[in-house]
Design a protein around this ligand. Structure first.
Ligand code: NAP
Length: 458
């Protein structure tokens, strides 16, 4: 094949990329989210393949898009009325070139193979970027936790773990939380794992409660990490976040702690949302109320406006992007920020967009941000703080130590700084200065691809 020569032209490389991408689409035509994630990575790493043809010789692209293992399973459970319910559970063990599979579990009715595969694929490169020895994985179920009692959540988690326990372990695969899975769910799953295995293996799950092996600052890590990343982006421009108007979508784990850190650094956070709608409070939102409503009482964000008359509530979550701001942080879910929303943000003068959620911006939104010279922070870099601190949790578990909040937070800040610098440098090395999507993808990809080559064809 001509692609094996030392002098690949850009056209030959594009042909190789296209042929692998077409195979991905032909094999799994209904996995749109997965195709979207593959497209972004392939586009970003093209210059790497032009300069380093041995990646083509080793057919890394075709190998990297195929999960090492994809598990689906039945999750039966009994609801409070005594009815038997059945959900579908998933775990994708995508790539273990640099460490055990690592990635969260999502419980949401939209979960399907495409969503789990896109999340697992992204996780490979994100985890490599953290500098920690962790491979890529992801999992979840099409279970809707909304409106379920504690007992129902517990029975679901126990049934889910009944099967998952056969596939995970501290040196094999280490799940954590994601949408719909927080400390409560991790607790129920950890209890069940311990009972099945008859062994206390703290390192099998991360995001645990502090009483049984959790790490301080894990809860805050993704949101804080996102703001530390934005701080680095601003530093490079000789600016700071203090006094900036910030819009943050969602009001879950990532959003709440992004809001907290942004406010602590002097930003004015004026809006947040949930899947029903958004609140706008021009004087700055009251985080205690958001925490009380969403973390403690598991209620709707609409109730915020009843408590704070200065705020307005609007139905429909996507309207949040019509609020003029300096910094926009999509922190809710995939494809929540489309081309139309991006256009409005740009027209309203946004300076920075940084992705706290996974793949929240559609491809046309990203293209518009780049064309308009908006500073854009991609998810795999911006939200890597969560999995980075998960890896620190694994380290504390295996050494049977517990670090202070300050120690973990300091390490998190350094990791986010390094991720930013490595992304900037990789972008420059491949003649894409300032393009952090290219930089982050390239830095993550080369590390994983090199490890795959060193380990042979497996
Ligand atoms: P979470 O705690 O379950 O919160 C999700 C939030 O997003 C909720 O407020 C939810 O509202 C809201 N939401 C869902 N769909 C929405 C929509 N279409 N429009 C507006 N809001 C919507 O989940 P999370 O852990 O914060 O995760 C959020 C995102 O960050 C996900 O993309 C996840 O993959 C990513 N992420 C999370 C971590 C982590 O450590 N947790 C790490 C890296 C990346 P409702 O309350 O109405 O459901």
């Amino acid at each position: 094949m001509s692609l094996l020569t030392e002098t690949n032209t850009s056209v030959e490389v594009q042909n190789y990329i296209d042929s692998v991408f077409n195979k991905v689409k032909e094999k799994d035509p209904n996995q749109e989210e997965f195709h979207q994630a593959v497209y972004v990575i392939f586009k970003s790493i093209k210059p790497v393949l032009v300069k380093n043809p041995h990646y083509i010789h080793h057919n890394i692209l075709e190998r990297i898009v195929e999960p090492e293992r994809l598990i689906t399973f039945r999750v039966p459970w009994v609801d409070d009325q005594g009815n038997i319910q059945v959900n579908r559970g998933y775990r994708v063990q995508f790539n273990s070139a640099i460490g055990p599979y690592k990635g969260g579990l999502r419980f949401h009715p939209s979960v399907n193979t495409s969503i789990i595969k896109f999340l697992g694929f992204e996780q490979i490169f994100k985890n490599a970027l953290t500098g920690q020895p962790i491979g890529g994985g992801k999992g979840g179920a099409d279970f809707d936790p909304k409106g379920k009692s504690d007992g129902e959540i517990m029975r679901f988690c126990q049934s889910y773990m009944m099967e998952l326990a056969n596939h995970i372990g501290p040196d094999t695969d280490v799940p954590a939380g994601d949408i719909g899975v927080g400390a409560r769910e991790i607790g129920y799953m950890f209890g069940q794992y311990k009972k099945i295995k008859r062994s206390f293996e703290a390192g099998v799950l991360t995001g645990k409660g502090l009483l049984y092996g959790g790490s301080l600052a894990r809860k805050e890590a993704t949101g804080y990490g996102a703001i530390y990343f934005v701080k680095e982006m601003l530093n490079d421009q000789g600016q700071s976040i203090a006094g900036k108007n910030v819009v943050i979508s969602g009001s879950g784990n990532v959003s709440i702690y992004a809001i907290e850190k942004a406010m602590e650094l002097g930003a004015n956070v004026i809006a947040c949302s949930d899947s029903g709608g958004y609140i706008y409070d021009p004087d700055g939102i009251n985080l205690d109320t958001v925490k009380q409503l969403k973390e403690v009482q598991r209620r709707r964000i609409s109730e915020y406006a009843l408590i704070h008359p200065s705020a307005t509530y609007m139905e429909g979550s996507s309207g949040i992007w019509s609020i003029p701001c300096d910094i926009a942080l999509p922190c809710a879910t995939q494809n929540e920020l489309d081309g139309k929303a991006a256009k409005t943000l740009v027209e309203n003068g946004v300076k920075i967009v940084a992705e706290g959620a996974n793949m929240p911006s559609t491809a046309d939104a990203i293209a518009l941000f780049l064309e308009s010279n908006i500073l854009f922070g991609p998810a795999k870099a911006v939200n890597a703080g969560g999995v980075a601190v998960s890896a620190l949790e694994m380290g504390q578990n295996s050494s049977r130590m517990a670090w202070t909040f300050e120690e973990v937070d300091k390490k998190l800040q350094q990791i986010m700084k390094d991720i930013y610098q490595n992304s900037v440098q990789a972008a420059e090395a491949y003649h894409k200065p300032g393009n952090l999507i290219s930089g982050a993808s390239i830095a993550g990809f080369t590390k994983v691809a090199d490890a795959m080559i060193e380990q042979g064809v497996i």
